[in-house]
Write a protein that binds this ligand. Structure first.
Ligand code: ZN
Length: 175
């Protein structure tokens, strides 16, 4: 259990804690998993992609409506573990009204958080996504947490990146 005096965010996660996702962090994750934000499909998206994480079985479709340099709408649907779905729920909620460049920056920042950059645990721009910082202790789960962001980068990333990505590609969402 989390000590009551710990703040909900930015609390250091001791590596000795077996379940690094315990306590308040788990509450935030489960809340997004049970009551996902921005779930569904867009009627007329400008961008849609479906990606999967075969290691876990997560499948996520991300749809965006981008006008100019602003993401006006973001919706997702799919199935998967709590971490993948909570992560994409947190991401999609933050994306709406965000400039494309800022969305890219968010993706970079979240990836760094998941690779263990502890100082980012106090970064307000990450919002609820900070609750997933404990995932950095579980390499297999990092692919779950990044699946939604992998979709985002495929849709709006600086093209040309052929990095080895977590998920396989599916044509999906051919609308
Ligand atoms: Zn998963």
């Amino acid at each position: 259990m989390t000590e009551p005096k710990n703040p909900p965010y930015g609390a250091p996660i001791d590596r000795s804690i077996p379940d690094a996702l315990a306590g308040l962090f788990q509450e935030v994750i489960l809340d997004h998993y049970r009551r996902p934000r921005n779930k569904g499909a867009l009627e007329d998206p400008t961008h849609t992609i479906t990606m999967n994480n075969p290691l876990c079985g997560d499948v996520i479709e991300l749809s965006l409506t981008v006008r100019g340099d602003v993401i006006e709408k973001a919706r997702f649907q799919g199935k998967g573990c709590a971490i993948s779905l909570a992560s994409v729920s947190m991401m999609a909620r933050k994306l709406e009204g965000t400039k494309v460049a800022d969305a890219r920056a968010l993706s970079v920042k979240f990836t760094r958080l998941l690779h263990g950059e502890r100082e980012l645990q106090g970064d307000k721009e990450l919002g609820d996504l900070r609750s997933l910082s404990g995932v950095s202790k579980f390499p297999v789960r990092i692919k779950c947490a990044l699946l939604g962001f992998n979709c985002l980068e495929e849709l709006i990333g600086e093209s040309g990146s052929s990095d080895d990505r977590a998920g396989g590609h599916e044509p999906g969402g051919a609308r």
